[in-house]
Design a protein around this ligand. Structure first.
Ligand code: ADP
Length: 179
């Protein structure tokens, strides 16, 4: 499913983010930037050890709700943006931290003149963020950003499993209908 937000495209697809032909891919990293399971492990496996070497050389971790950038190693994407979403706790801060992880990632795109990025569904795997709520935060945060940032031409959510895709699709339909 694809929608236009001002001058940009917001797209959701089901697939594997490591295979995307796009300028940057987002990673659901942890604050130690230590690598891990889920999409993080898949990105480091597909991108090769150069990505971890660059993370270790440049950054001493990354606070929750923020993001850092590296090259894409062996991936088709030129960059990886490592965003740290919150581990779901049920506190009122979770939503702001999740939104901020996406927003800071998009700010890095603007700063580095990256006009297309693919995101996974940050925090909804190992970090247990409820999917429906997380999909609304993810999609609304991106749409808000695109309204003021036409330099970003394409944001694609790459959802790994059919249930995640289905929930993002349902949420995107609800948001676009309500506008
Ligand atoms: P978090 O710790 O932020 O919850 P996870 O990696 O556990 O991160 O999960 C985030 C989402 O990424 C989940 O929906 C998971 O199914 C998905 N995922 C796992 N591997 C991939 C992949 N190769 N491409 C896209 N999404 C993936």
């Amino acid at each position: 499913m694809k929608v236009t937000v001002h001058q940009s495209t917001l797209e959701i697809v089901q697939g594997d983010i490591t295979q995307q032909e796009i300028e940057a891919i987002g990673n659901a990293a942890n604050s130690a930037l230590a690598g891990g399971g889920g999409v993080d492990g898949a990105i480091h496996r597909a991108g090769g050890p150069g990505i971890m070497a660059e993370l270790k050389a440049k950054y001493k971790g990354c606070p929750t709700g923020s993001a850092v950038i590296t090259g894409g190693g062996n991936l088709k994407a030129k960059y990886v943006i490592h965003a740290v979403g919150p581990r779901y706790s049920g506190s009122a801060k979770d939503a702001e931290l999740l939104s901020s992880a996406y927003r800071k990632s998009l700010e890095l795109c603007s700063q580095h003149k990256i006009s297309s990025i693919a995101f996974p569904s940050i925090s909804t795997g190992i970090y247990s963020y409820p999917l429906k709520e997380a999909s609304g935060i993810a999609l609304k945060t991106v749409m808000e950003y695109l309204k003021d940032h036409p330099e970003i031409k394409l944001v694609r959510f790459v959802l790994f499993d059919s249930n995640t895709y289905r929930v993002y699709e349902e949420t995107l339909k609800e948001i676009t209908k309500a506008q």
